[in-house]
Design a binder for this molecule. Structure first.
Ligand code: ADP
Ligand code: MG
Length: 390
């Protein structure tokens, strides 16, 4: 689960990490009010969407008067912001975060990720902040600093100093850097964060009063741990999530929307991935990933069909079941129910194998409905691709 920048900043503030004073606004009036409360004469109005690259896309506006705050909020709220992370359709901006503008002296990158190879939380830092870290990693990999944290003893001061020195922090900023890194690590551990990214971490203020401050933060949480993170789940913004994905999770289905036109209903995540591969191999594009899981009841299959068909791009559905705990006769019954109750008009290509396969095939054959059957995944994928290609 992802949260907005302002929510990440509020969370960091509760761990005593310095962030600019700010306020959230759903319209121009609230934005002006927030700016007035913050005080000063320079503010930044920032579109809140679950995607980065907002600065380059015009979603971060530095303004010098309350009128400009209102105007910036007006132009952002209700618009669709297209960044290199949103895809061409962009994301609808429903709120803006108004914050104090900082006098930036330098920008750094600071991230905390779980390194699956070492199975440990790893600090990633770079002096090349404010930019695309993926680009830095490609062009100048030597500018990416990594420090692995031993979970038994946690992040140590010397490790923080090592990272801070490597990115060029010194003097009064050193103790600030140590405190800040340890606080983010603590936040990550306590809140079941999978990935915490601060970009930029900035040195702000005048030459004789330099301070480290978090100017942007992106957090991603472990979905499997949300049951014990109530304050985090309350931050969920369903408006940022694909409604089909939200609905699917409510039915115990694992659905992820993709951009092709062949809908997929499969049991098991591995087989679902293989089905997407098979479609792609034959030159097609899957419209989604969908794992109905084990023990898929007819109702579950109907729900799966409905959710897949909510995507207007879907031109046919590939059903690929290798039943172990599942039973092919339940799947077949579910498909017939779905066909009738949803008045399905697109072709259904069905590949059944495993438990009760003969019964399943018989039910489909005797239904009188025009299912297209296939013996194996490869021919099923080939048939689906042939259909969408006309
Ligand atoms: P994104 O990563 O989505 O582009 P950021 O929050 O990182 O959005 O903002 C982009 C850039 O805008 C930052 O790199 C920084 O230079 C500037 N910026 C962001 N917040 C502030 C602020 N409070 N004061 C001054 N400049 C800011
Ligand atoms: Mg940023």
């Amino acid at each position: 689960m992802n949260i907005h920048e302002y929510q990440a900043k509020e969370l960091l503030q509760s761990f005593a990490v310095p962030v600019p004073a700010g306020g959230i606004a759903f319209n121009a009036t609230q934005a002006r009010q927030a700016a007035e409360e913050i005080g000063g004469s320079r503010w930044v109005v920032k579109a809140q969407i679950h995607a980065g690259g907002r600065g380059k896309a015009g979603g971060v506006k530095v303004v010098n008067s309350l009128d400009e705050v209102g105007k910036a909020a007006d132009s952002l709220i209700g618009s669709r912001l297209v960044t290199h992370q949103t895809g061409p359709e962009g994301s609808l901006v429903q709120r803006v975060w108004v914050e104090q503008a900082s006098q930036i002296r330098q920008e750094f990158y600071l991230g905390f990720v779980i390194d699956r190879a070492s199975q440990r939380i790893t600090v990633i830092a770079s002096s090349e902040g404010g930019m695309d870290i993926e680009e830095v990693a490609k062009v100048s990999p030597e500018k990416i600093i990594k420090e692995v944290i031993d979970p038994a003893i946690g992040l140590r001061d010397f490790q923080c100093r090592k990272v801070a020195t490597a990115i060029g922090l010194k003097g009064k900023l050193m103790p600030q850097a140590v405190k800040l890194m340890k606080a983010i690590y603590r936040c990550m551990r306590d809140k079941d964060v999978l990935q915490a990214e601060v970009n930029p971490l900035a040195v702000v203020g005048s030459a004789d009063d330099e301070k480290l401050m978090v100017l942007d933060a992106k957090f991603n949480f472990d979905d499997n741990a949300l049951y014990r993170q109530r304050t985090i789940t309350e931050m969920r913004d369903l408006g940022e999530e694909d409604p089909k994905e939200v609905e699917a999770s409510g039915h115990g289905l694992n659905y992820i929307a993709l951009d092709g036109n062949i809908g997929c209903i499969v049991n098991g995540a591995g087989l679902a991935m293989a089905s997407l591969d098979a479609i792609t191999l034959h030159g097609g594009r899957p419209a989604n990933f969908l794992d109905v899981g084990g023990g898929a009841s007819p109702e579950k299959v109907t729900n799966a069909c409905r959710i897949v068909l909510e995507d207007p791009n879907v031109k046919c559905i590939l059903v690929n079941i290798f039943a172990g705990i599942n039973r092919c006769d339940w799947i077949a019954t579910g498909l017939i129910q779905a066909y009738e109750s949803l008045k399905i008009k697109v072709p259904l290509i069905v590949r059944l194998a495993g438990t009760n396969v003969e019964e399943g095939r018989k039910i489909l054959a005797e239904s009188g409905l025009s299912f297209i059957t296939a013996e194996n995944l490869d021919t099923a994928a080939a048939k689906a691709v042939a259909i969408v290609k006309g």
